[in-house]
Design a protein around this ligand. Structure first.
Ligand SMILES: Cc1cc2nc3c(=O)[nH]c(=O)nc-3n(C[C@H](O)[C@H](O)[C@H](O)COP(=O)(O)OP(=O)(O)OC[C@H]3O[C@@H](n4cnc5c(N)ncnc54)[C@H](O)[C@@H]3O)c2cc1C
Length: 437
């Protein structure tokens, strides 16, 4: 946090958003469609965050088993992606074709006249006076530049802008351990007919891996393989492996994490080729440009979403949307018991059809700051609730609410907006609010 930045101005806007993942994107689109001017700053060269540059292979289910829960911007993008992928819209786990999604998002953002996007711009400092952010300092290809705004949205996933502006945050469990990250990877040249034949006999990539674990011959101590999914003809994407013990907020820790993620990708390539029917000629063709980080800072907000809220299926007066995804808290350590416990907790926490919990607006308001909202995976939640609300469809939901709320706050404090007005506008774009919403 610094007082004044004497730098050239890159741009000014009503609303400035840092990060263009699911939360930042939906904030930008929702705000722009309500007539607010938006500036979207993204450090990579693509929109979509984990869904594109992170190569995460699937959107979590968009339905609570009865109704589509994450209404608004998410279904619009989901349905358009399916149309372009020439597949049916699936309200369960939805496979993502990252290149189709990337281009679709380019087109969508460019069609919004109230949004200006800058790629390869990294937010790296905030100028704050009396709890108000006046400007950001950004690293650009021409050096440091200043960006001014009335309202700011931190959609970096890491709560970076909130931290720079002086917000408090929490990190990990009581010992400071966070869920381990994963580098998602793309493999080509798979014989899907042979894979399907093996599946009829109960042989899958993960069962082949578990055989190696049983005989102590697995090349990595990994008990939790999330998925390998066919994302386009001839190509599958893995969410396999974890980098245990990584501190992804530390420059060296994060760098080591990329090295280790790519090392594991090659280990899995060898495993596929030698052990999995149909994968004999599999080839690693791409490792994700962005490390798959599940959890870093969680802001201390005006309200903290808790495990109790998850298990009691809580409702809130200031609800902005709902979530029904279970507690998917990946282990922090190599320990096999911890890894297996994560899978048991995931299964045990699953809701019945039609059940969900509310997400209150206050979880996006960092204590002590007047013009910042934090949607997405860094919002105010304990580690258990974060392990549910971090899924992409829920990040779209918090993002769109942050975008509209920031517009309504104008020059004021994000706490002072009319909740009724925010909820009315959210419902008008399709958001689900309340158990019966
Ligand atoms: C390995 C893995 C597997 C997952 N699997 C699933 C799944 O199957 N289904 C599901 O629905 N969810 C899944 N998730 C969860 C989900 O992908 C994330 O929680 C979600 O994408 C978070 O959205 P976000 O917008 O908050 O952040 P992100 O998607 O992380 O986007 C943040 C964006 O901000 C940008 N950024 C960061 N810092 C700066 C800066 N200083 N300046 C400018 N830009 C910046 C980043 O480049 C990025 O584009 C998974 C996550 C991981 C890591």
């Amino acid at each position: 946090m610094i007082d004044k930045l004497p730098l050239p101005c890159l741009a000014k806007s009503d609303i400035v958003i840092a990060g263009a993942g699911p939360a930042g994107l939906s904030a930008a689109i929702a705000a722009a469609r309500q007539g607010f001017q938006v500036l979207l700053l993204e450090q990579t060269g693509a929109l979509g965050g984990m869904a594109t540059s992170g190569l995460v292979p699937m959107f979590a289910p968009s339905s609570d088993g009865i109704r589509v829960l994450y209404g608004g911007i998410f279904p619009e993008i989901h349905e358009e992606m399916c149309r372009r992928m020439k597949c049916d819209v699936n309200n369960g786990w939805q496979i993502i074709n990252a290149e189709i999604l990337k281009y679709l998002l380019d087109e969508k953002i460019c069609a919004e006249k109230n949004i200006k996007v800058f790629f390869n711009v990294k937010v790296c400092e905030a100028e704050v006076t009396d709890g108000r952010i006046n400007a950001l300092l950004c690293a650009t290809s021409q050096g440091l530049k200043r960006v001014e705004g009335k309202q700011f949205i931190d959609a970096t996933g890491d709560g970076l802008l909130a931290m720079l502006a002086g917000a408090e945050f929490q990190y990990g469990d009581s010992d400071g351990n966070t869920q381990a990250p994963t580098m998602c990877c793309q493999y080509s040249n798979i014989d899907y007919e042979k894979e399907a034949e093996a599946a009829k006999k109960g042989i899958y990539p993960h069962t082949c891996w578990y055989e190696l674990l049983k005989t102590n011959t697995a090349p990595l101590m990994e008990h939790h393989l999330a998925c390998v999914k066919r994302t386009s003809p001839g190509t599958s994407v893995t969410n396999y492996g974890h980098v245990y013990g990584a501190d992804t907020l530390d420059e060296s820790g994060l760098t080591e994490c990329y090295f280790e993620g790519r090392r594991q990708a090659h280990i899995f390539e060898e495993f596929f080729r030698t052990k999995v029917p149909g994968y004999e000629n599999a080839e690693l063709v791409n490792t994700a440009a962005l490390m798959g980080i599940r959890e870093t800072r969680r802001i201390v907000g005006e309200y903290q979403l808790t495990a109790n809220d998850y298990f009691s299926r809580a409702d809130f007066e200031d609800e902005i949307g709902r979530c029904s995804y279970p507690v998917d808290r990946h282990a922090a350590t190599k320990d096999a018991t911890a890894q297996n416990a994560a899978l048991i907790d995931l299964a045990a926490s699953k809701y019945q059809k039609g059940e969900s919990y509310g997400i209150p607006y206050r979880v996006m308001i960092p204590k002590g700051l007047k013009n910042l909202l934090v949607p997405g995976r860094a919002l105010s939640a304990d580690q258990i609730a974060q392990a549910s609300v971090r899924i992409m469809p829920a990040c779209f939901v918090t993002g769109q609410a942050a975008g509209i709320a920031a517009g309504l706050a104008d020059n004021g404090d994000v706490r002072d907006i009319s909740m009724k007005e925010l909820q009315t506008r959210l419902v008008s774009i399709g958001a689900i609010i309340g158990k019966q919403g």
